[in-house]
Design a binder for this molecule. Structure first.
Ligand SMILES: Cc1cc2nc3c(=O)[nH]c(=O)nc-3n(C[C@H](O)[C@H](O)[C@H](O)COP(=O)(O)O)c2cc1C
Length: 183
């Protein structure tokens, strides 16, 4: 089993999403669900914006396809995913490789892969929250991964900007969910 870890937070050691991806990787390893770990830090090694030439290089796509489990740290920046993460998605959503169009509509081609998203956001965006319509991280990533054939799992820590106490509690709760995830 190969785990691919993707991080996209600019916040280094203070990053909430990196704390969660750390925790998820730790749990997966403890459960013997990954002998090999491949890491891609999209902040220390950013991918450039997509160009036609970049399509010719399939290394990012091959890395994704080779992984059994993909763990993605996804902070909410300006209501969406960091542009670093968008540049990675631009390389894995590839017609003819991860999806294709049929007479009945698009069909995802990625089979048997587990994708776990560690989502961190400063405010509240759950059902009924006033800002719910501005939530474009969970909805977007679920949409993209469903499109290519994967049902992603989410671990969400939110309200992190409310107060230090709230941040601590929210992270603790999310880490509690991680333990269940790996089981
Ligand atoms: C550039 C930037 C933009 C942000 N935009 C939002 C936002 O639109 N909504 C929100 O709830 N929080 C926003 N936040 C707060 C982050 O989502 C929150 O701090 C989260 O913990 C970030 O995850 P990280 O620590 O892993 O980077 C923003 C933070 C930064 C640095």
């Amino acid at each position: 089993m190969t785990i691919l870890r993707i991080d996209s937070s600019i916040n280094g050691e203070n990053s909430a999403s990196r704390t969660l991806t750390d925790s998820i990787i730790g749990q997966l390893k403890a459960a013997n669900l990954g002998e090999q770990l491949v890491t891609r830090d999209l902040v220390s090694s950013p991918l450039p914006h997509l160009t036609l030439d970049a399509f010719a290089d399939s290394s990012v796509l091959d890395e994704f396809l080779a992984a059994d489990v993909v763990v993605i740290g996804a902070p909410m920046y300006n209501f969406s995913v960091p542009s670093q993460l968008k540049a990675w998605i631009d390389r894995i959503a590839v017609a003819g490789k991860t999806f294709h169009y049929t007479a009945d509509g698009p069909e995802g081609l990625v089979k048997g892969k587990r994708v776990i998203v560690a989502l961190a956001r400063g405010g509240f965006y759950g059902d009924g929250a006033p800002a719910a319509s501005l939530e474009h991280v969970e909805t977007y990533l679920k949409g993209v991964f469903n499109f290519i054939g994967v049902e992603p799992e989410f671990v969400i820590a939110e309200g992190l900007g409310i107060s230090p106490e709230h941040r601590e509690n929210s992270l603790k709760q999310a880490i509690g969910e991680v333990v269940l995830l790996a089981a």
